[in-house]
Each structure stands twice: as structure tokens, then as C-alpha cells.
Design a binder for this molecule. Structure first.
Ligand code: ZN
Ligand code: ZN
Length: 479
């Protein structure tokens, strides 16, 4: 009975944990590594296990850093079930095909680069066929209901309050009369976020695997964040430029549209035209609307329109590339929400290209930006950036609105942890080293927790509840 950490150990992306019990193998998440080209090259490496010998997969939520290598798993021979919340299944129908086309585009670019050096071309990680096969292996679950997974393994999903359908995973494992409860937090949301409910309080765990993305800092309060957004809108209106908001298709996009509608009068939203320039975000928004059973109370009260909740009359949905390109000529008065969320590709690059060098424009960063991405360079206020190979001076004002994050800040992570009684031994993942070290220290100080910061290949012995050390040679390449 053990766990092995095979991703997001000392970094944020590439979540993947292997659980072994009674001779069976179960995978928790199978995410894509995102960041610099060297980081992303690790996605194509062999899995540390044989995909044909896995018995089940459980997926915490739809974000690509958790789901993005599932089609690769299937391509390499996994034929078993992929259990997840039914809303996550819906969101994966939107996100995974896009991931396949990004992977195709990346492979084409890399192959051209290699051709110039006389090297053979590279294959995409996976294609649309692999995605279709993967989606057929999904099994839908609801929150709070027990599911028998394998002999001696039961599963229950808890609301994680992060994005629609996002779950913390509870595994009840029984071996030789010994019963262990393993909790895998998945990504935890902020309390009082728009639309989705708060993370559920879980009370019992023998071992806890917990995220630590923002383990070293608190986000601004909800009120301060709303005031900040209102101020940005006011000064951007005064500057008479555009506002560009790079956003993931799922989560922040729907939160923004929700807030724009809710604060229509107070924020003077009639001065703006809002463009949702992402076919994926449009589809994801429709899923958010249709899953009203997952909405929090405030959202239910404000939901009047069939389209957006609350209604946003100045919203334009840009589906076609032509509609997107038309925005290149808009000089002022536009709020453009487009992906990718870390500016590593997608339509947002075109909008940044047309606006980043203009001092009257504003760029609003609302999500986490991984090392090595263009979004991270913007957050770090680097004076020059390179877009589509062209160097550009950053003259636009860049705002980082941390309070919009879909991730709990330090105080909220501690609040979530505080529901456990007694404090379980904890393994921290899904955080850069400084963030998780800070959270580890707080868990020790506040709760006396036995905390481990595992490296790639380390694990948990679920019988003794002690850490296992992997082989240093199996570690991910230093990044
Ligand atoms: Zn996530
Ligand atoms: Zn994540």
C-alpha cells in the first residue's frame, strides 16, 4: 500500500500520483507539464509505469496540468476507466481536443526547427483520435457519493471550490484488514469565489497530499479585489485604450463575465464592449451555465438570463478567426478576454502584439503564470517581450490581480487544513519550492503537522505512514 509522486513535486504543473494497493495500480491525475520548452519536452518521456498495467485513473479536475497527458496514457495502451466528476468530463470534451491541436502545432514548429539542423521530425504527443478514445473511457461521478473502484478501494469526490466540477479525492484503501483514508486535495479554490461553492471541509485523513501553489502568500481580500478591478476599469477608460485579459478558458473567464454583469452599474460597464475571443471559453461558459446545480447561492439569485449569469448585454462572442482578427483594428473601448492563460500561445498573442506597446492600453493578469512563459515575463515587468518572434517594448500598464486566482491563498489553505481532526501527516505538491516551504513551515507552526516536501519519485508508505525515498536518477530533469 503506497503512493509514488510522479509529477508536480517541487513544481506546479504535471500533476500525477501512482497509488499501489493489493497488487493493483491506480493513477491520480495525469497532467501536462507546462512552462519553458525544456520543461515541456519532459511530457514526451516514458511514464514511470506501464500504462497497460494500470487498473484505474481518477481525475481531480479538467485543467490541462491535471488532465493533459490522459490521451498520451491512452495512446500508450491504457484501456481502463477514468473516473471524474460529470462536469469535469464535460469540460474535458472542450479542453482535450484543444490540447491535441496545440500539441500538433508545437510538433510542427519543432520539426521545422529540427529540419534546419538536419534532424528528423518529432511526433505530436497525441492526436484527436487519442482524445476521442480517452473521452470514451471517462466515467461520471457526483460529489459526496461513494464509488467502489477496485477490490479494497472506494472513492468519493469532495467539492474543491476551484473550477466547475473540481474535486478533492478521497480514497478508502483496505489491505489485510488495515484501512487507510488517503486525501488528495487536488487544486483548492478560494472561499467566496464567484459561481462555484466553497471547498468542502473534510475531517478525516490518515495521509494527506495537498497543493501549495500559493503557500507563501495571501491573496487580496474579495472586497479589495473588486475595488482593484473597478480602479483598473476607471483608469483604462481615462487612458482611452483597450484592456487585454489573458485567461484560461475555464474558470477565470466565467468569473470575470460574472463580475462584469454583477457590477454593471457600479463599474460603468456600459462604457465598454466585452469580447470573449475564444471558442473554447465560449463552450466552457455554456457548461458553467448549464450546471446550475453546482452554483453557489449568490449565483442562483443573480441568474436571470439563459445566457450569462448575471446578464451582460455588451458581450460579443468571437467564434471565428475573422471575428477575432477584426479586433486588431479596435483602438479603444474593448475588453478582450482570450487564451492561452499564460500567453504561451493562442489568440491572446495577437491582441498583445497589437496592444502591448501602446501606453494607453492595460493588461490584466488574473491567473497563475508559470516560469518561462510570456505571462510570467509580463508579471515580472520585463521591459521587452518577444511575440511571434518579434521583440516589443512593454508600454502598456500591466496589472496583476492576485485576488482573482482560482487557488486558495496561504490563509485559505490553512483554513481548509484546519478541518482535519487530528492533523494528518501531509505531503505537499503542486507548488514551486519557496511557496511550499513557506506552507510547510506554517503547518508545522500552527498544527504541529508532520510535513514532507517530496521530490519526483518519492512516495508514501501507507502502512507506516512514512515517506519513501525515490532514486535520485529517476528525478525530473532540473528546471
Ligand atoms: Zn487547476
Ligand atoms: Zn493545477
Amino acid at each position: 500500500m503506497k503512493v509514488e509522486f510522479l509529477g508536480a513535486a517541487g513544481e506546479v504543473t504535471g500533476s500525477c500520483c501512482l497509488v499501489e494497493i493489493n497488487g493493483m495500480r491506480l493513477l491520480l491525475d495525469c497532467g501536462l507539464i507546462q512552462g519553458s520548452r525544456a520543461d515541456e519536452a519532459r511530457n514526451a518521456q516514458d511514464f514511470a509505469f506501464d500504462p497497460t498495467r494500470l487498473d484505474a485513473v481518477v481525475l481531480s479536475h479538467a485543467h490541462i496540468d491535471h488532465s493533459g497527458r490522459l490521451p498520451l496514457l491512452v495512446r500508450r495502451g491504457y484501456r481502463g476507466p477514468i473516473y471524474t466528476h460529470r462536469a469535469t468530463r464535460g469540460l474535458c470534451r472542450v479542453l482535450l481536443p484543444d490540447s491535441a491541436s496545440l500539441s500538433r502545432r508545437d510538433a510542427e514548429l519543432e520539426s521545422r526547427r529540427r529540419a534546419r539542423k538536419g534532424l528528423p521530425p518529432v511526433e505530436p504527443l497525441y492526436g484527436a483520435d487519442d482524445v476521442a478514445d480517452t473521452l470514451r473511457q471517462f466515467r461520471s461521478l457526483d460529489f459526496d457519493a461513494w464509488q467502489d473502484l477496485l477490490p479494497g478501494v472506494r472513492l468519493r469526490l469532495h467539492e474543491a471550490g476551484h473550477i466547475l466540477g473540481a474535486a478533492s479525492i478521497e480514497l478508502e484503501l483496505t489491505h489485510d484488514g488495515l484501512r487507510r483514508t488517503l486525501i488528495y486535495s487536488g487544486d483548492l479554490g478560494s472561499y467566496d469565489m464567484p459561481i462555484v461553492r466553497d471547498p468542502a471541509a473534510i475531517t478525516k485523513a490518515d495521509a494527506l497530499i495537498m497543493e501549495s501553489t500559493y503557500g507563501d502568500r495571501d491573496h487580496r481580500s474579495h472586497e479589495a479585489t473588486l475595488a482593484e478591478l473597478k480602479d483598473i476599469l476607471t483608469s483604462a477608460d481615462h487612458d482611452a485604450g483597450n484592456i487585454i485579459i489573458p485567461a484560461f478558458a475555464v474558470g477565470r473567464t466565467q468569473d470575470l463575465l460574472y463580475l462584469f454583469g454583477k457590477h454593471w452599474d457600479d463599474w460603468g460597464m456600459e462604457r465598454w464592449k466585452v469580447y470573449l475571443d475564444s471558442p473554447m471559453a465560449i463552450q466552457a461558459s455554456q457548461l458553467y451555465i448549464s450546471h446550475s446545480e453546482l452554483h453557489d447561492e449568490e449565483t442562483r439569485e443573480l441568474s436571470t438570463a439563459k445566457s450569462f449569469m448575471p446578464p451582460l448585454p455588451n458581450l460579443t462572442l468571437c467564434k471565428s478567426p475573422e471575428e477575432s482578427m477584426r479586433l486588431n483594428h479596435v483602438r479603444s473601448g474593448a475588453i478582450i478576454i482570450a487564451g492561452s492563460g499564460m500567453c504561451s500561445g493562442g489568440r491572446v498573442l495577437h491582441h498583445l502584439k497589437h496592444n502591448v506597446w501602446r501606453p494607453e492600453c492595460h493588461i490584466v493578469i488574473v491567473g497563475f503564470q508559470a516560469r518561462g512563459t510570456l505571462g510570467r515575463r509580463l508579471v515580472e515587468r520585463q521591459p521587452w517581450v518577444r511575440i511571434h518572434g518579434e521583440a516589443m517594448r512593454v508600454e502598456a500598464q500591466v496589472h496583476t490581480v492576485g485576488g482573482m486566482s482560482a487557488h486558495a491563498g496561504q490563509r485559505e489553505l490553512l483554513r481548509w487544513y484546519g478541518s482535519f481532526e487530528p492533523a494528518p501527516p501531509t505531503w505537499l505538491i503542486h507548488g514551486e519550492p519557496a511557496a511550499r516551504a513557506a506552507l510547510a513551515q506554517r503547518l508545522v507552526d500552527d498544527f504541529g503537522t508532520a510535513v514532507t516536501e517530496p521530490a519526483h519519485g518519492d512516495g508514501i508508505d501507507l502502512v507506516t505512514l512514512e515517506g519513501l525515498h525515490g532514486h535520485p536518477t529517476a528525478a525530473a530533469s532540473a528546471s
